[in-house]
Design a binder for this molecule. Structure first.
Ligand code: BG6
Length: 470
């Protein structure tokens, strides 16, 4: 029923992907290597020295050549918005090149043409776990202050080229994940076990300054642009009502909320300064940095897959599987095939918490369940009967509807991997999120043909009724 839906009229329904997980064409059109080209197993094993043939991302799902067909399928579902990332190493193959690579720029012109043709609004992530490899190997990634300048130059190129066509921009995907995955998230070459707390937080500071720098830049070059930060949201519940557990949960939340606080308030919160002081970390923060940080974001976007629990007595507890941020297992929740806790109410909690804390429009730019799909034939057509995916998304969207009625200001919803892509953490294709099945297997075999799953029609209905069918 479209009359009773809590979703606003102009709500941006769509889907989300990232360049390294969807495009393939890893050397095409003058693209340089990115960190993903040496991560054949995601974060499960250490990066390789050079690219290896077993890396599924070399071809991924071949969006580089099939983007028109895929965008047409998104349009068939009624997408109003498509979130994708630009591969930094397509534009600046080494990251520190003097001039951008025209062929790379032209590729995204074509993607934007296709989106425009279907009236789909682009939402662009500037950096999504695909730092040019040279910046990692030569500069140790974001540990180096030099990265701010390279990123600014890259972002300037994007704003100048696409600024009139792209309204919504995200500076860094899941910026807080650098705490747990410094290589993938921060392009930091130093192994995590050898990385000092000082270098880690210095890298974080450089990213925060870079984010604010390009926010300022966007306002100069593309005044209509809306710039958002992107946080990996994972509500952390106290395992018991023991105040020490409640405090441990709060401390866990702080480590993530800090990133939003700086982006929205333009300065470090007191609890972060205390944490650094207690760890004996003195950051190199210049007066100019402090000024730059005042360029705060227009909106806050986030990914949401799961929640975790936390306790003060971690020693005895099993750490749960999950999306980059570690926690303690919550005995009240069921989990996905990959052990991620399924918690739709957690999404309503996050939406309320972020809105109350920041009073900035929010955007859910990732949500979904990675699952093993079975291709079957129904009425002569290949499909997947993915009732588990429909249930997950439906339950989460019902909670989004509740949050809207709580008064939360939400711009849109782009579920993750709207077409099957390569997983970030495990580099598998069998960990599928899509409404569209892609015939490619973990061993690299498969025709790359696309098939509509049952959830394809379900989501098309949700969009058509503006959430009325939930
Ligand atoms: C987020 C990332 O962490 O979760 C995506 O922004 C990622 O890149 C998604 O793909 C799902 O995680 P995974 O590991 O199942 O692919």
């Amino acid at each position: 029923n479209t009359d009773t839906t809590p979703f606003p009229k102009n709500f941006l329904w769509g889907g989300a992907t990232a360049a390294n997980q969807i495009e393939g064409g890893y050397l095409d059109g003058g693209k340089g290597l990115s960190i993903q080209d040496v991560m054949p197993n995601g974060i499960a094993t250490a990066p390789t020295e050079a690219p290896t043939a077993d890396n599924l991302k070399q071809v991924a799902i071949d969006f580089y050549h099939r983007y028109a067909e895929d965008i047409a399928l998104f349009a068939e579902m009624g997408f109003k918005v498509y979130r994708f990332s630009i591969a930094w190493s397509r534009i600046f193959p080494n990251g520190d090149d003097a001039e951008p690579n025209e062929e790379g720029l032209a590729f995204y012109d074509r993607v934007l043409d296709e989106l425009e043709k279907h009236g789909i609004e682009p939402l662009v992530t500037i950096s999504h776990y695909e730092t040019p490899l040279n910046l990692t190997r030569t500069y140790d990634g974001w540990v180096s202050r030099d990265l701010i300048g390279f990123y600014e130059c890259y972002a300037r190129t994007l704003f100048e080229r696409y600024g009139s066509r792209v309204k919504y921009w995200l500076t860094f995907n899941e910026i807080n994940s650098v705490l747990h995955a410094p290589f993938m998230s921060g392009g930091i070459n130093t192994p995590k076990s050898e990385l000092s707390t000082k270098d880690l937080y210095q890298a974080i500071h450089h990213e925060l300054v870079a984010s604010a720098t390009v926010t300022k830049l966007a306002r100069e070059i593309a005044p209509d642009a809306q710039i958002g930060c992107m946080i990996l949201a994972m509500p952390t519940y106290p395992l018991t009502p023991d105040p020490d557990d409640v405090f441990a949960a709060m401390t866990g939340e702080h480590s993530n909320l800090m990133f939003g606080d700086v982006h929205v308030r333009g300065e470090y919160p007191g609890y972060a300064l205390r944490l650094l002081k207690e760890q004996g970390v003195e950051l190199d923060i210049t007066e100019e940095d402090r000024e730059i940080l005042k360029n705060t974001v227009d909106f806050v976007s986030f990914s949401y897959y799961m929640s975790v629990a936390e306790t003060a007595s971690r020693g005895n507890q099993q750490t749960t599987a999950g999306n980059l941020i570690p926690g303690v297992e919550n005995p009240t929740l069921k989990t996905s095939d990959w052990g991620w806790a399924i918690d739709p109410v957690g999404l309503r909690i996050v939406l309320n918490q972020f809105w109350e804390r920041w009073q900035k429009p929010l955007f859910i730019v990732e949500n979904g369940i990675g699952a093993k799909d079975q291709l079957v034939e129904v009425d002569g057509k290949k499909t997947v009967i993915d009732d588990y995916r429909i249930a997950y998304l439906n339950d989460h969207l019902v909670q989004v509807g509740e949050a809207l009625q709580d008064g939360v200001n939400l711009l849109g919803y782009t579920p993750w991997g709207c077409i099957d892509i390569v997983s970030a953490s495990t580099a598998q294709l069998s960990k599928r999120y899509g409404f569209i099945y892609v015939d490619r297997n973990d061993d690299g075999t498969g025709s790359l043909d696309r098939y509509r799953k049952k959830s394809f029609d379900w989501y098309a209905d949700v969009i058509r009724t503006n959430g009325g069918s939930l």
